[in-house]
Ligand binder design. Structure first.
Ligand code: SAH
Length: 230
């Protein structure tokens, strides 16, 4: 077994299972997706470390535990249509793609979106579609979604995302409270459209920037100028 394979075993046993990730489908997805393909060349040796890693544009690929925890909390099932906001490297979307029928992921940095799309086609993750846009608008043409996973922290849940959540759907997103603390929220919409929120965990994510997120940051595309990459 080489170093990375050993590190992956440690990730699965110590960083995931021992901390309460017990959904076997999530664990299988985490075992299947080669995280080293999603990080910069110089960071390959740390691919399975228990921490976020830098990617381009000052963004990060989330810690493996957080990726697994969000996927498990979103209770993604085999036939589900999933929307991710914040494709970043594409790693989280690739994991979700192993769990769901189809994943659409939206990234505001077009360069990151292009790289993520290139990785999906290189690795053969044909059910993952990358879009370059402001994801705080969701993806109206793909709605409704059984699960929505937001991987950047905003002041509140963007209303378009709630609208695009199917009855019975689950949304997982980091939301900021006072003093810069972020809470990972689980939002459920019941079959009658009623919405309930459960705080899950204290977290630290990069900001969700955009129309229904934080102001500024120079959005590269808007809803009218949506670009389908893959
Ligand atoms: N899921 C990613 C981690 C992404 S970090 C992975 O597995 O690698 C969060 C990402 O959200 C960043 O790439 C950032 O550019 C993106 N982001 C921030 N605001 C956004 C918005 N309004 N729409 C789409 N993406 C956004």
């Amino acid at each position: 077994m080489d170093g990375l394979a050993r590190d992956k075993e440690v990730m699965l046993a110590r960083h995931l299972r021992a901390r309460g990730i017990d959904d076997e489908r999530v664990l299988a997805a985490m075992a299947a997706v080669p995280r080293e393909e999603f990080v910069a060349e110089h960071a390959r040796q740390y691919a399975y470390a228990d921490r976020p890693l830098p990617i381009e544009e000052g963004q990060t690929i989330s810690q493996p535990y957080i990726v697994a925890f969000m996927a498990q909390s979103a209770q993604v099932e085999q036939g589900d249509r999933v929307l991710e906001i914040g494709a970043g490297s594409g790693y989280g979307a690739a994991v979700l793609g192993r769990l769901a029928a189809r994943v659409d992921t939206v990234e505001r940095h077009s360069r990151l979106a292009e790289q993520a799309a290139e990785r999906m086609s290189r690795l053969g993750y044909n059910n993952v579609h990358v879009h370059s846009a402001d994801g705080t608008w969701g993806l109206p043409e793909g709605a409704p979604f059984d699960a929505i996973v937001v991987t950047a922290a905003g002041p509140s849940v963007p209303p378009p995302l709630l609208e695009q959540l199917a009855p019975g759907g689950r949304l997982v997103m980091p939301v900021e409270g006072s003093y810069g603390h972020q809470q990972l929220l689980l939002v459920r919409k019941d079959v009658d459209g009623r919405v309930t929120e459960t705080p899950l965990l204290g977290v630290a994510f990069v900001p969700l920037v955009g129309e229904h997120g934080h102001p500024g940051g120079g959005i590269e595309t808007d809803q009218q100028n949506r670009q389908h990459i893959y």
